[in-house]
Design a protein around this ligand. Structure first.
Ligand SMILES: *Cc1c(COP(=O)(O)O)cnc(C)c1O
Length: 436
């Protein structure tokens, strides 16, 4: 597989190289030069088979050339002990639940494949690499769990003290082994600045063999395209038409993976990008003007992104053409008030408990039908997190008790292992020096 940079100022690279570098040297994002296409018949054959079989069939055609014999199967087996599930709410509304992985959000699908693929490529090397991650919550837990005990890789995770939820914190501080958590006396932006400074430090970069694992890595997007094939093919088999696909979006990585899947033959009538009060993209769709700005805090906090970094990829995929983008994608901004109202409505109407991010999506589908086209095809809304992960707001809104999934309960019983650190680069450098 070959990939180019959106800025067109870096050499074309292999999947393996894009996986370890993350961002292209020219500051752009990697996009596949060519994509295989799956026929409707070949996809239909997988609707009754386990998720992993379909995943292998598709991945083999995208990146198979870069894995030795049996290698891709090994990576998939190590990554996926879980699968997506579909909940049917009504005749024309279904939810694709992507929260059955170890940290209860869809990010497990991308992080697990990326981690196990890196581990596979490094298996015959004797030097360890160090991956630096700044996190404000969900990314950190998915990445920490995915890389836990992967040979040849050390994870150093920086998070802002007192600014992540207890469950999130316990998910990435209680693992130990090759996962080091640094609790920084500062903000998320400070954590990101420390990581960037480390990458600029040549001495450190060489000694620690630094790498990254953030959401712009193509190694996360490609595995995230697989569940679109799986969910959309199932819905198409039920209804005979291409479904609407609604994606609760923040950094726009997930929906970008959906658009890649659609190019490769995954059925989709149109995409709905559901956003919260961080409305840069819904405004773009309505006005044609893109005005990124600082993020604001909402109940669906994993989508609090004012300047979505994957937007550059989507713009490139549609030749920077507004008409082509809006032909494939509609968008609406859902306030916290409307999110809470949707949570109640969905619970009353369908007895379904959805987390705040999923509610932003379900509200967007309701608006699309109301404003745009009441007779539209069945909709598949991606559910990006388990309601137990946001149980405080769900319990307060619905007046019910949400049982925490087993994985969460167990992690809350473990011991927090984090090192406190000032917002100070010299201290950070010293720490990394000792670790590596
Ligand atoms: C990360 C995240 C999102 C946003 O996904 P993007 O790929 O950044 O658009 C939505 N919901 C949850 C629960 C998340 O963790």
């Amino acid at each position: 597989m070959k990939l180019y940079s959106t800025r067109r100022n870096s050499p074309v690279v292999s999947f393996r190289e894009a996986l370890f570098t993350g961002q292209a040297p020219d500051g752009g994002l990697y996009i596949p030069c060519e994509l295989p296409t799956m026929t409707p018949e070949s996809l239909a054959a997988f609707t009754d088979k386990p998720y992993k079989e379909m995943a292998h069939y598709i991945l083999q055609q995208i990146v198979g050339d870069e894995f030795g014999s049996g290698g891709l199967q090994t990576v998939i087996d190590r990554a996926y002990s879980f699968a997506p599930a579909i909940s049917t709410l009504s005749e024309n509304l279904a939810v694709l639940e992507l929260f059955h992985g170890p940290t209860l959000s869809f990010k497990d699908f991308g992080a697990q494949f990326m981690a196990k693929a890196m581990g596979y490529f490094l298996q015959n090397e004797d030097r360890e690499i160090t991956i630096l991650v700044a996190t404000s919550g969900d990314t950190g837990s998915a990445v920490a769990h995915a890389y836990h005990k992967v040979q040849g890789i050390r994870i150093v995770l920086l998070y802002p003290s007192g600014k992540v939820s207890l469950t999130q914190e316990m998910q990435f501080t209680s693992l130990g082994d090759n996962i080091t958590a640094l609790e920084v006396d500062g903000t998320f932006d400070d954590c990101q600045a420390l990581v960037k400074a480390a990458f600029r430090d040549r001495e450190l970069r060489q000694r620690a063999r630094l790498s990254s694992a953030n959401s712009i890595n193509i190694g996360r997007l490609i595995p995230q395209s697989l569940y679109y094939f799986w969910g959309a093919a199932k819905l198409k088999a039920m209804h005979g038409v291409d479904p609407l696909i609604c994606v609760p979006s923040g950094n726009f990585g997930n929906i970008c993976a959906g658009m890649l899947a659609n190019r490769m033959g995954a059925p989709a009538a149109r995409f709905i990008a559901a956003v919260n009060a961080n409305a840069a993209i819904s405004e773009y769709v309505q006005t044609g003007e893109y005005k990124p700005r600082p993020s604001v805090r909402t109940l669906s906090n994993a989508m609090d992104v004012g300047r979505p970094s994957n937007w550059e990829r989507i713009v490139d995929m549609f030749d920077n053409d507004y008409d082509k983008i809006v032909e494939r994608m509609w968008s609406t901004s859902v306030s916290d008030k409307a999110t809470v109202a949707a949570m109640k409505r969905i619970y009353n109407q369908f007895s379904y408990v959805a987390d705040p991010h999923t509610c932003v999506g379900l509200e967007a589908v309701r608006r699309y039908r109301q404003n745009q086209a009441p007779q539209q095809p069945p909709a598949l809304t991606l559910s990006t997190a388990h309601p137990g992960k946001f149980h405080e707001i769900v319990e307060k809104t619905l007046g019910i008790t949400v049982e925490l999934p087993q994985a969460l309960q167990e992690c809350l019983k473990r011991k927090k292992q984090a090192q406190s650190m000032a917002n100070d680069f010299d201290q950070f450098k010293e720490l990394l020096w000792e670790l590596t």
